[in-house]
Design a protein around this ligand. Structure first.
Ligand SMILES: NC(=O)c1ccc[n+]([C@@H]2O[C@H](COP(=O)([O-])OP(=O)(O)OC[C@H]3O[C@@H](n4cnc5c(N)ncnc54)[C@H](O)[C@@H]3O)[C@@H](O)[C@H]2O)c1
Length: 475
């Protein structure tokens, strides 16, 4: 049985499954008349005047930007969503200090496959929760879990994070962490109230190029940092937009009602870290512009995917969205989003300082005083990058490549983040980063909707960024 295609067809799927007595999870006592899946169109989108307003801290809440927790020998993890989520399961299975306690997916076979993999590797079968949209609530109520990984469609991220933190767990959530600015506040407020981490699983912050640039930026190699460029440019038309049983079941929906940068964090996360955003600097305002929409409609009309069932969909998200972010220190960031054009993959990943400039895809490095061209590229740059690799890559890079996951960066990320929980130290990406980076989705859309007017960014740290200094990001 393939995954249902949209929130409404998922509801129908569950109704039919209930009628047929289909696949309920083990001993859960739940029936399939579960609450409806969250409808992203019903989310609270802000107007241009309200969106940038900083909300007061809730009574009883405390900042979590330097939150430390009790160290532990083993970090007990559980997983909701087992497509992309399997990469995180694989990482955990290769970490001696992680233990997989439970796995959960709407689809029984995905949960069973994950459990089988864990049992084969460890000899211990994790608990399985499956077959119902809300069965994850049973799982997070257990008292033997420290971290809940959330790798589900975007509309589920915030409800699952909030309830996980309220159940006393740290929430590790896939990108983007949230769809709206209001949802970003929910993450911040819940993390501050519960004193649990809400960590965005921004794997691109752990790529070897990105950690090399971070390493050099921290050592002052770039001089004064003034500008960055980044993007998510990835032609997803075939695989992720129309493939049922995968992202084609839900991702395209966002193209029907939001025109902006729908997936900002892969590009933005790394450059925000180079620039010390939330720790010495902060996003101030955004100006955004979209090109016309052509490619998704043309692809659909030409290929008639899934027997014509998408023929009445109207896509409004411009093919290329370009946004400019101004920071409080006056620096600038250019960020783009295009998942439908025929062009090579790129996150751009560029950093410009007074002493050097790095550009990726392919990697190139210009250095002041070493001529007007690229001082390092090709083999010469590869050798230089290896010499100056980040300590994390030097330490576990070889293992990371063997375990895999986007060239090893998924493993490096999971190693580092779970190790932070094990040690009880603040993870490299706090809830303020999850909120700040994800908020660009709605902020860019708000600017596009208002004729590219500048839109203020909310300060999720409520002024904390002025005093904070960057976290070390070492092991
Ligand atoms: N960081 C990366 O490189 C990367 C790569 C791919 C996807 N992602 C992100 O990961 C997330 C998941 O993407 P995906 O490609 O795995 O999507 P997918 O649609 O292929 O898989 C989602 C999984 O979640 C399950 N699910 C849905 N609702 C559920 C519920 N209520 N309870 C339990 N399980 C539920 C589905 O059955 C499915 O197995 C998205 O946020 C996506 O943006 C990140």
């Amino acid at each position: 049985m393939s995954a249902p295609e949209s929130p409404s067809s998922r509801r129908e799927f569950l109704r039919l499954a209930a009628l047929a007595g289909f696949g309920l999870g083990i001993g859960n006592g739940l029936t399939s008349n579960a609450e409806a899946a969250p409808d992203p169109r019903a989310l609270s989108f802000s107007g241009i005047k309200e969106i940038g307003k900083t909300r007061p801290r809730l009574a009883g809440a405390k900042p979590v930007w330097n939150l430390t927790t009790k160290p532990m020998e083993k970090v007990r993890v559980a997983f909701i969503g087992l497509a992309r989520g399997m990469t995180h399961v694989d990482s955990a299975l290769n970490l001696p200090f992680a233990e997989v306690i439970a796995v959960c997916d709407l689809l029984q076979d995905r949960a069973e496959n994950a459990a089988k993999k864990v049992a084969t590797k460890t000899g211990k079968r994790p608990a399985v929760y499956a077959g119902d949209e809300n069965i994850w609530e049973k799982m997070i109520a257990r008292d033997d879990i420290d971290v809940v990984y959330i790798s589900t469609p975007w509309e589920w991220h915030v409800p699952m994070c909030v309830k996980s933190m309220k159940a006393g767990k740290h929430a590790f959530v896939e990108v983007s962490a949230a769809v709206t600015v209001d949802e970003c506040w929910q993450l911040v407020d819940t993390s501050e109230l519960t004193q649990r981490h809400c960590v965005i699983l921004e794997n691109c912050c752990y790529g070897d190029s990105e950690l090399f640039v971070l390493n050099m930026a921290r050592q002052g190699f770039f001089g004064e940092i003034k500008h960055a460029e980044c993007a998510y440019i990835h032609d997803l038309r075939q695989e992720q937009m129309y493939r049922l049983g995968a992202e084609g079941a839900w991702r395209r929906n966002y193209h029907t009602f939001i025109d902006g940068n729908l997936y900002p964090t892969h590009g933005l996360g790394p450059v925000a870290q180079y620039m010390g955003i939330n720790r010495g600097d902060a996003f101030k305002y955004v100006v955004s512009m979209s090109s016309p929409e052509f490619n998704l409609t043309q692809f659909r009309d030409k290929n008639n995917p899934n027997g014509g069932r998408h023929k009445d969909e109207k896509y409004i998200c411009g093919d290329m969205n370009t946004s400019l972010i101004k920071t409080e220190l006056g620096r600038s960031i250019m960020i783009q989003h295009d998942v439908v054009s025929p062009r090579p993959y790129s996150r751009i990943n560029a950093l410009c300082g007074t002493k050097a400039t790095f550009f990726d895809y392919p990697p190139r490095l210009a250095v002041d005083g070493k001529g007007h061209g690229w001082a390092y590229e090709g083999d010469k740059l590869r050798a230089f990058m290896q010499e100056n690799a980040h300590p994390l890559w030097k330490k576990v890079g070889e293992l990371a490549k063997r375990v895999g996951g986007h060239g090893g960066m998924d493993f490096i990320m999971n190693y580092r983040l779970l190790d932070c929980v094990r040690q009880g130290v603040t993870p490299d990406m706090t809830v303020y980063d999850a909120a700040d980076w994800s908020a660009i989705l709605e902020i860019s859309a708000c600017s596009v909707k208002n004729g590219s007017m500048p839109v203020q960014c909310p300060d999720f740290t409520r002024g904390g960024w002025k005093e904070l200094t960057p976290l070390p990001t070492v092991s």
